[in-house]
Design a protein around this ligand. Sequence first.
Ligand SMILES: Nc1ncnc2c1ncn2[C@@H]1O[C@H](COP(=O)(O)OP(=O)(O)OP(=O)(O)O)[C@@H](O)[C@H]1O
Ligand SMILES: [Mg+2]
Length: 456
Amino acid sequence: MPAEQTAVLVLDDDPIVLRSLSEFLRVEGYRVSPCQTLAEAMELLEKDQFHVALTDVRLPEGSGFDLLEHAKALSLSTAMIMLTGYGSIEDAVRAIKMGAFDYVTKPIADGEVKLSIERALQQRELLEENRRLRQQLNMTFHFENFICRDPKMKRALDMIRVVAGTDATVLITGESGTGKTLAARAIHANSPRTGKPFIEVSCGTLPDTLLESELFGHVKGAFSGAIVNKTGKFQAADEGTIFLDEISIASPSLQMKLLRVLEDFKFEPVGSNDTHEVNVRLILATNQDLSELVRQRNFREDLYYRINVMNIELPPLRTRPQDIPPLAHHFIEKYRHEAIHSVKGISDEAMRVLADYEWPGNVRELENVLQRAVVLCRTPYILPEDLPTNLASPVEPVLPDGKTLALKEAMRRWERHLILEGLKANGGNRKETAKCLGINRTTLYNKMREYGITEI
Ligand SMILES: Nc1ncnc2c1ncn2[C@@H]1O[C@H](COP(=O)(O)OP(=O)(O)OP(=O)(O)O)[C@@H](O)[C@H]1O
Ligand SMILES: [Mg+2]
């Protein structure tokens, strides 16, 4: 922070000390407010914002500690630096104990005061940065239907927002289920082309020849079965956006045609010599490493460079565990209406199971798991039992490499499972369950609370 933006309050009853200290700080470039009395200083602290306050400890109407108390009572973030008398170590100790930032012993050496102020400002900046980062960490970002907390994902969302405003070709990469289709829709919806067609074509679902005709159309008689003229998806997307999914599958001849469309927006329907021109924005997606396919000569290099102008990479869910809780809540909310019993949320235990899983199917798999759990769930909060057994089996806890923590966790799961089984076997009767488990009822209640078992 530049010195001139730093407000410093100085309190000393000795006019000579006050003047020389204030003068020195002014020369250093600080905005200085000198006060000769405690009352004056207290009033100023209430009225204005100070980054730092320097106060003498011994004052005729009280002490510098009164000012410190006052600042604390007002929850001010002002860093207090106490000017203690030479040799009065008690004052120094007391100052630090009471939460002063620092103390400087009198007679005051200017350099020492300056250093102390600089350190206070540095610490303030660190605290501020820390607070900002912490806030970011706990903040869930929403954009269109996207939800995320992870900074990598947040950057991808920022990029989606930025490219949406342009007409640039976008390549979205990411494993299956990471949100590529959702991203393509978000780009279109936030682009000037919104309201115009958004046409999705999955290149993987059609055989080669059909795909070309699907994209560019064909004329009657172009191939057997082409009994009428057909307009293609490119034509249908005119003025809007076309989204080509699984682009890595495109055949060499299709790749050629795509290159041409990308270069001059021109193409010929299959079996025709008529050239059509369209105004479309292209978004492509792939879960393959296109650069690797280029290296293997399975994908045209020139096409790759054409489409790889703006690359949005959606990270796998396992690399962004922070996103799991907000996504889980989002999906519970989304499918709540499908539940037979009313579902309020998810137990900590079940959330832990979600957090520990690898999610090879990414967000789509998480969504499916939660949809199923919401439907199956018979308690207000989703329990590990409502999750598919492949996520983590509570019945057969694996004991990984003898780690004590993992062992503890495995035992917890096992205990939880036994309690649930006991409750089920006894129709939910707590007294009977406690008896058959050989524990008293209070212990049973405590454990049920601990494991999030609320109803059975
Ligand atoms: N960050 C997110 N926030 C909310 N929902 C998400 C998020 N990411 C993905 N989803 C949801 O997860 C599901 C899968 O996403 P999507 O279909 O976009 O994945 P994909 O990458 O296109 O998968 P594929 O490669 O199989 O086509 C969708 O229902 C989508 O709405
Ligand atoms: Mg998709």
